[in-house]
Design a protein around this ligand. Structure first.
Ligand code: F6P
Length: 483
């Protein structure tokens, strides 16, 4: 069995997440190379950790390798090793083939395997031990996301002196769905080891409180849950929503750089300078509604409501979880669909869809956002969706239209977007045309309001609100209904 890394217990703030901000790329010793890792969690936590003098405990994305703790970009990184079997059973299996589809309203069928659960317990214990080793006396430990739901309780058992927070980056499903999980009690018990449990939306926190009442019968009052510990004592745990965000100012600054603007012009030119550039940016994931979006776009071309001379769609789909079957199948389906639509609609000078199966650095993303007249976020279910917020933050020119699925956490805040139900293909088509044809004044009016919202609740605000609640400095709002 791999062991948790040993590190001096000197950190007053420890963040624990499955994925570190960097993935191992190759090389040994001083030649070791790292690359930025994908996903919203890293986007949000990186600026927080750069500002805090803490340690970040997590996995390097590679199996069967042990690394000493190291510094990266001003952040102390503490790598936790995983064996090849653990990557298969804990990460690809239980995290991404059981919990992920279950928590996203069973868009794909979750698979329940007992050996995956065993690996999940084992790996969660290793993460808990690693965090316990790094944390100073009375430190704050902030555990992230669905891969590590057992860590809060395990950590409390090893280190009762710690202040423990947990934040769930993805949705928490309604009890009727959650109750499928054969280990539903253990998971809730694991989470209740935390002092504060954060969710993206009020509805997620409500779903969680309901599951607690159904499975444990604990009393809940607003956002406070009375948890009865093994020693018979009652502990107050807070469960409420803290909508996550991005470093809005950093995105805006990047978008204002002349070379980024030049790159945006270059991108439009290389696309044949169409009137309307539509853009999708997602991890290649079945929750993101990429097929729905492309189907709608294809039908608009077929119906003649848009033409390839005037409009083009750029779809960035960054590689993700490529060894999980559902993701493999999705990639095949999407690539088949892109090929068909391009075959049917492209002309020699004009391509219907430009499909890019890559991740890109942030500067390139900012240039793409600036180049896009219409941003399509059509997720079928999404905890928050930070791409929507990145697009808005980049549009310092108060231009561009965001088409946003109601099934994203972001839609609670970004009300001036063109809101859509992506399952309703006709409605989605109408929304895409409305966005493409929206008058400039209306675009500016909406974008100004959206930008204000993203600036007002940026990631610094998110982490400060969470951490103040956790350390008891902040007011505990009774804002979450417990019904
Ligand atoms: O925010 C959801 C999330 O699953 C993060 O926990 C994760 O880091 C990110 O998406 C990307 O997924 P993965 O780490 O599996 O590549």
């Amino acid at each position: 069995d791999a062991a948790a890394p040993n590190i001096a217990p000197v950190y007053d703030m420890v963040v624990v997440s499955n994925r570190l901000p960097v993935d191992y790329l190759g090389g040994e010793g001083a030649q070791t190379q790292w690359k930025a890792s994908p996903g919203g969690l890293v986007t949000a936590l990186e600026p927080v950790m750069r500002a805090a003098d803490g340690a970040w405990v997590g996995w390097t994305g590679v199996a069967e390798r042990e690394f000493e703790p190291f510094e990266h970009d001003g952040i102390t990184i503490v790598p936790v090793p995983l064996s090849a079997d653990e990557v298969e059973d804990y990460y690809e299996g239980f995290s991404n083939d059981t919990l992920w589809p279950l928590y996203h309203d069973v868009i794909a069928p979750p698979r329940y395997h007992r050996e995956w659960w065993d690996a999940y317990v084992r790996v969660n214990r290793r993460f808990a031990e690693a965090a316990a080793n790094a944390a100073s006396d009375g430190a704050v430990v902030w555990v992230q996301d669905y891969q590590l739901q057992l860590v809060p309780r395990m950590l409390r058992e090893i280190r009762p002196d710690l202040v423990i927070g947990f934040f769930n980056h993805i949705p928490f499903p309604a009890y009727g769905i959650y109750s499928q999980l054969p280990w539903r009690r253990q998971v809730i018990a694991g989470l209740l080891g935390a002092d504060v449990i954060g969710f993206q939306r009020a509805a997620d926190a409500g779903n969680f409180s309901r599951a607690v009442r159904r499975l444990f019968g604990y009393r809940t009052r607003g956002t406070v849950i009375d948890v009865r510990d093994d020693d018979g004592k009652v502990r107050h745990v807070v469960a409420r929503h803290f909508p996550i965000s991005i470093d809005a100012a950093a995105f805006e600054q990047m978008a204002r750089r002349p070379e980024v603007q030049e790159r945006a012009r270059e991108i439009r030119k290389s696309l044949g300078d169409p009137d309307i550039v539509m853009l999708g940016v997602d991890r290649l994931d079945y929750t993101k509604g990429i097929r729905h979006r492309m189907k709608a776009f294809g039908e608009l071309l077929r119906d003649g409501r848009l033409s390839v001379e005037e409009a083009t769609l750029v779809q960035v789909a960054s590689p993700s979880r490529e060894r999980v079957d559902t993701y493999r199948q999705l990639r095949d389906e999407i690539e088949l669909q892109v090929g068909r639509l391009n075959g049917d609609h492209s002309t020699l000078g004009h391509q219907a869809i430009t499909y890019l199966h890559h991740g890109y650095p942030r500067e390139e993303m900012a240039a793409l956002y600036l180049a896009a007249d219409v941003m399509l976020v059509t997720a079928l279910r999404d905890g928050m969706n930070l791409v929507a917020k990145e697009y808005v933050a980049s549009r310092y020119d108060d231009d561009g239209v965001l088409v946003l699925s109601e099934f994203t956490g972001a839609s609670d805040e970004l009300r001036q977007a063109v809101l859509v139900n992506p399952h309703d293909i006709d409605g989605l088509k109408d929304a895409m045309v409305e966005a493409a044809r929206m008058p400039k004044r209306e675009r500016a009016r909406r974008m100004r309001a959206l930008r204000k919202r993203v600036r007002d609740n940026d990631v610094a605000n998110w982490s400060a609100t969470f951490l103040e609640t956790l350390t008891g400095a902040g007011p505990i709002s009774p804002g979450v209904p417990d019904g």
